[in-house]
Design a protein around this ligand. Structure first.
Ligand SMILES: [Zn+2]
Length: 296
């Protein structure tokens, strides 16, 4: 990709595919016992235009607020209005991406509550969002179990709300669009291992950061794993079918021929993430930006 910023690319994608403008006034809705959702407008990966904020806690609070990602004042005001009636106890972050943390610092300051996240997330946010409590894998916070699920982002946490039979899934899966594994801060092999890890845990509905909830979590995880394996097989086939080492741009139409061209800038990141994994697996080699199957 040339020097275009991610935000410019997202703007072009939004213009090309059209984006659901959502509700003028976001509404808080129950999604599982003790969990409510509020979809706030955020600068996120199209076709999504919102990030789900989850409120975890008993009927009248206190609440843990997961991923208050909107940087926009009108959206933050909606959340604040609800928190006037449902007291907030702390903020939980699934990972460091802007569409998940964009409102966190302001929310923490307004209500005087701590922000909790994985240590890697805290490090990535240093100087921007004050994470004051570090969460480790397996730690129980506000009745939810933190599950470390690196891959989309190194410090990614899911929050398993045992009593609700639901897992707040961050960007592990999406109810709309797809999950981007960008090799600049993601890792395809870790992502696949984290999908497997979630699948091995007790079955739960998955509550994604974008789009509607996914009632059959295990089915969705199996679907994601199958899709990524299919894609990896296509990348391997594109490499082995090529007469000579290929650039990313040459491989893209072969490995992602089924993907609309407007999504190719994103597909290119994903392709690179697959190739990096294949090199580590000993199935591909890279030299001077040219990729080929490892025939040794
Ligand atoms: Zn993300």
């Amino acid at each position: 990709m040339a020097q275009q910023t991610v935000e410019e690319m997202y703007d072009r994608l939004r213009a090309a595919i059209g984006v659901d403008p959502g509700e003028a006034q976001p509404v808080l809705r129950p999604v599982a016992p003790g969990i409510r959702v509020l979809a706030l407008r955020t600068p996120t990966l199209p076709p999504a235009a919102h990030t789900n904020v989850y409120l975890v806690g008993p009927d009248r609070g206190p609440m843990a607020v997961v991923d208050p990602g909107s940087p926009y004042a009108d959206q933050q005001a909606v959340l604040d209005a609800y928190l006037g009636e449902l007291p907030i106890e702390l903020i939980l972050l699934t990972h460091h991406h802007g569409d998940h943390v964009g409102g966190a610092a302001a929310l923490a300051a307004r209500w005087g509550v701590p922000i909790a996240a994985h240590a890697v997330t805290a490090r990535r946010l240093a100087g921007r969002v004050p994470v004051t409590r570090l969460l480790e894998d397996g730690e129980v916070v506000h009745g939810a179990t933190a599950v470390h699920t690196p891959g989309h982002a190194e410090g990614h946490l899911c929050f398993e709300v045992g009593g609700a039979g639901a897992t707040i899934a961050g960007d592990m899966v999406a109810g709309i669009g797809t999950i981007l594994i960008d090799p600049s801060d993601g890792d395809m092999a870790l992502y696949l291992a984290s999908l497997e890890r979630l699948l091995a845990r007790p079955a739960a509905a998955l509550l994604p950061a974008h789009g509607p909830i996914l009632p059959d979590g295990p089915a969705k995880l199996r679907e994601y794993l199958a899709h990524r394996r299919m894609r990896e097989a296509r990348v391997v086939a594109a490499l082995s079918g090529a007469p000579q080492p290929q650039t990313l741009r040459q491989l893209l139409p072969v490995a992602y021929g089924d993907t609309p061209t407007v999504l190719w800038p994103l597909a290119e990141s994903s392709l690179l993430a697959h190739l990096v994994k294949l090199v580590r697996d000993g199935k591909a080699v890279e030299r001077d930006g040219l990729w080929s199957a490892n025939t040794l």
